[in-house]
Design a protein around this ligand. Structure first.
Ligand SMILES: [Zn+2]
Length: 552
């Protein structure tokens, strides 16, 4: 998952909730269907999926084969029906692009030439499939945040033609770090702030290259996460749309060097936060190249279902991505297997536990419950993007999506964090069920991280399907917020996208994940036994899509 687990700082809302905290209630007594969900079974699945044997579950590898066969076998064992006709698989054609960048990038300036060093100063790659892409003395233009938002009267490409040029842009939204939410959404990152949007918009503008200025706070992850893209293999959905030749990130110190060489003041980056900012040619020319190797192959979403007893043509989709980073750059201990135990063997195991619970329900669900383990989330939410573009079940007949990514392994929490708070009525159902269990919901502690765009539910949302995505709570029953923040900070700094994200039964407490799964089950059961169609709330950027779909 492209996600940073929530930590540090508490929303005012949580403070209010904190003083009127309900006490935890054992919900099993309220609903015997919950009894099925158990820690041993969940732990067993995580142990298997995140074992070295599964080699970090990278698509196209033996790790993929082991993973999808395990999931199919488990779905069959639980007694689920195949979810795609008579198959438990949905083919996802992908292109694997392996890039090898030249060691350096030459920068020509009026003050002379200098070189930036690949991996240290920048990390670039391409989504193109020709054998080599290059920059040849191509002009660099500083284009602010690289945003074109007509509905906000904002255009960072106004009055300049960047065709054949390289654009240098800033990550996040112009109001990042300000309290001003008059234009964008203040602390909450909009899709315009997301790195994928920056590349998509630069391509729409016909730019030859797009370099994003890295800033740990604004990106909400350190440059070493970006460095994973240097000289590595990346998967893409095959597309015929125009793509920039070169995309990537440049460090803040290297950016400083570029501005100095251009004789420009970095205060320009402050100016870019103002409406009416105009893009600035920097008078610099960039030269470098990237060798490209392409492999077309088929990855797989794994899909199973329980057909509804009364409204079989109405669907509730639970999703979780089964993939992770595979075998890569060894860490300091020499370990090169990125096991992805929390990210996302935990969510995938959760999918199996929920499937078992729905299959063992006393009363069959009236609507159809679908369990979808998607591929290639780490590569850009690709499996979910393919499903959304090639839905097995029509979006208009899909009631909701509930996505799981990184379950809580640090012990029961009193709270749960709703990502994209205020987006849909699904969170109202979750709130109701949470309060029955003596728990409370809080808003994201880091809305600037744009977590709503960083996991698979985003592709369901883009298809108009109300999508619920929850981050782990931090207000732990044992130790409160300080303990919760400590654990999530440790995960982010030490284990996130690192080989050390491994199954750790000695230190993990599964009861946290179990309590959250029971709530996800309750939301789905609630929807499966009702004829309600939860809607997007007004102000949601996804409501218009659904309104066009719905005829209920
Ligand atoms: Zn993940």
């Amino acid at each position: 998952m492209n996600k940073i687990l929530a930590f540090s700082g508490v929303a005012a809302w949580a403070l209010m909730a904190a003083c009127s905290q309900p006490t935890q209630v054992n919900t099993d007594d309220q609903d015997p269907d919950l009894k099925v969900i158990n820690a041993d079974s969940l732990g067993k699945h995580i142990e298997v999926l995140s074992s070295d044997d599964f080699m970090g579950r990278k698509p196209f590898t033996a790790g993929e084969t082991k993973t999808i066969e395990y999931l199919q076998a488990q779905f069959k064992q639980i007694g689920l029906e195949p979810g795609n006709g008579d198959s438990y698989y949905q083919d996802v054609p992908l292109t694997e692009i392996t890039t090898k960048g030249a060691d350096s990038m030459m920068v020509e300036s009026p003050k002379g030439k200098f070189a930036l060093k690949g991996f240290d100063d920048y990390a670039i790659w391409t989504q193109r499939t020709e054998p080599k892409v290059s920059l040849d003395k191509d002009e660099l233009v500083f284009a602010g945040f690289g945003i074109v938002a007509p509905e906000l009267g904002w255009n960072d490409y106004a009055g300049i033609d960047v065709k054949g040029k390289v654009v240098l842009v800033m990550v996040n939204d112009p109001d990042f770090g300000t309290q001003d939410s008059s234009l964008f959404k203040g602390r909450t990152m909009t899709y315009y702030g997301r790195w994928t949007y920056k590349f998509e918009e630069a391509a729409r503008q016909g730019a030859k290259g797009c370099l994003i200025i890295h800033n740990t706070a604004a990106a909400s992850y350190a440059f070493n996460v970006v460095q994973n893209n240097w000289n590595s293999a990346r998967l893409n959905l095959a597309t015929s749309d125009y793509q920039c030749a070169v995309v990537g990130w440049v460090t803040a110190p290297a950016t400083q060097k570029l501005f100095e060489a251009a004789g420009l003041d970095t205060a320009l980056m402050q100016k870019a936060k103002q409406k009416g900012f105009k893009p600035v040619p920097m008078g610099l020319k960039l030269t470098t190249s990237v060798q490209v190797k392409v492999k077309k192959d088929m990855s797989h979403n794994v899909i199973a279902k329980i057909t509804g007893s009364k409204r079989p043509n109405e669907y509730i989709i639970y999703s979780a991505h089964w993939d992770h980073l595979g075998v890569g750059t060894p860490d300091a201990t020499g370990d090169s297997i990125y096991n992805g135990a929390v990210d996302n063997a935990s969510g995938t195991a959760g999918l199996l536990e929920l499937a078992r619970a729905f299959k063992n329900m006393k009363e069959k669900p009236e609507r159809t419950i679908v369990f979808l383990a998607v591929t290639s989330e780490e590569q850009g939410l690709l499996g979910a993007a393919w499903y959304a573009a090639h839905p097995v079940y029509p979006a208009a007949q899909t009631v909701a999506n509930i996505n799981m990514d990184c379950l809580n392994v640090y012990g029961k929490s009193k709270d749960l964090i709703v990502v994209g708070q205020g987006q849909s009525e699904l969170e109202d159902i979750l709130k109701e069920e949470a309060e029955k269990a003596g728990r409370y919901l809080t808003a994201e502690t880091h809305p600037e991280a744009g977590s709503y765009f960083r996991s698979d539910h985003f592709n369901f949302a883009k298809a108009g399907i109300p999508a619920l995505y929850v981050e782990n709570g931090i207000d732990l029953v044992d130790g409160g917020k300080s303990e919760g923040e400590k654990f999530s900070k440790e995960y982010n700094e030490k284990h996130y996208h690192q080989p050390s994200d491994e199954y750790d039964p000695e230190h993990w407490k599964m009861d946290g994940a179990i309590e959250d799964l029971k709530l996800f089950f309750k939301v789905g059961k609630h929807l499966s036994q009702s004829d309600k169609w939860p809607a997007w709330k007004s102000g949601s950027e996804f409501k218009a899509i659904r309104d066009k779909q719905q005829h209920h």
